[in-house]
Ligand binder design. Structure first.
Ligand code: NAP
Length: 264
């Protein structure tokens, strides 16, 4: 049992395995009570029992399919009503390696519901309470393929680009109201993600990171005040240069006439 000071409650989606389960472990050990969410109730209960014993924290499990609007609404309700929640980790997500010609578009729509719609609605549910209380942290799990978009399935990559873009806008809207927003971009990480995505061999590749290393680095980035954390990127300046170039576009878009190169 830990003597770490209570820091509020962290609600973590997709905590039944992989990256989310490691977030649950690390945040409980940092002094947070937890609300852990995923579909697999048995896995959530097993994790809750272990973490409860190891940390003495209160771990609540909520089995919910976040791609289902009614079940998602239950989690939104918890975020609106529970004023002890100080951290939201939007981690639940699924991927694919299939091309646009192979895909079942219904599966793609379900991926959008989970990776984009659920993350967005849960953020909208949490943000007003965080602002009212003048504190709160939102951690959104994007992906390196949100930048390197050609690497995997296009809908998956685009969903993770969305998470990165949404994070920038959230920082603009919330940073001066006491709310921290961190966007995390893992690259290949050894989790069940790859079994679900249809490329299990990725887990054993030498370039694949462990979920433990990924989450520990992401939390170090959070502690350092980073807005965007890319654990596998060793040249951190590469991100800073790209981000500076991106931000430099805005003033150049304010022209009423098309660029001369489009003159007829
Ligand atoms: P994972 O082990 O497969 O974990 C995914 C989690 O999401 C599980 O807890 C799963 O639990 C939950 N989940 C899936 N569908 C759900 C649904 N409809 N409703 C509620 N929960 C659902 O994979 P992971 O690698 O830890 O993935 C976590 C996040 O990291 C994802 O957003 C993923 O896109 C991102 N990411 C992963 C990698 C990688 O290489 N692994 C790289 C970049 C980004 P249930 O099955 O119990 O619902």
């Amino acid at each position: 049992m830990t003597s770490t000071q209570f820091k509020g409650t962290a609600l973590i989606t997709g905590a039944s395995s992989g990256i989310g389960a490691v977030y649950a472990d690390r945040l409980a050990k940092r002094g947070y009570d937890l609300i852990i969410v995923a579909r697999n109730a048995q896995r959530l209960d097993t994790l809750a029992e272990r973490l409860g014993k190891e940390t003495g924290r209160t771990i609540t499990t909520v089995a919910a399919d976040l791609a289902n609007k009614a079940e998602l609404a239950r989690i939104e309700h918890i975020l609106r009503k529970d004023a002890t929640i100080t951290v939201l980790v939007n981690n639940a997500g699924v991927g694919s390696v299939a091309s646009v010609l192979q895909d079942n578009v219904d599966e793609m729509e379900a991926m959008i519901e989970l990776n984009i719609t659920a993350l967005t609605r849960l953020t909208y549910a949490a943000a007003p309470g965080f602002v009212a209380r003048g504190a709160g942290t939102i951690i959104n799990i994007s992906s390196a393929v949100g930048i390197a978009v050609e690497a995997l399935n296009g809908v998956y990559s685009a969903s993770k680009s969305y998470v990165l873009s949404f994070g920038h806008a959230l920082q603009r809207d919330l940073a001066d109201k006491g709310v921290r927003v961190q966007t995390v971009l893992p690259a290949a990480t050894a989790t069940d993600f790859w079994d679900v995505a249809g490329y299990a061999a990725q887990k054993a590749k030498p370039t694949t990171m462990s979920a433990e290393d990924l989450v520990d680095a992401a939390l170090s980035g959070l502690d350092q005040g980073e807005l965007v954390t890319i654990p596998p990127l060793h040249d951190g300046d590469q991100w800073l240069r790209w981000e500076a170039d991106r931000r430099a576009f805005a003033p150049n878009f304010g022209n009423s006439k098309p660029a001369p190169r489009y003159a007829i």
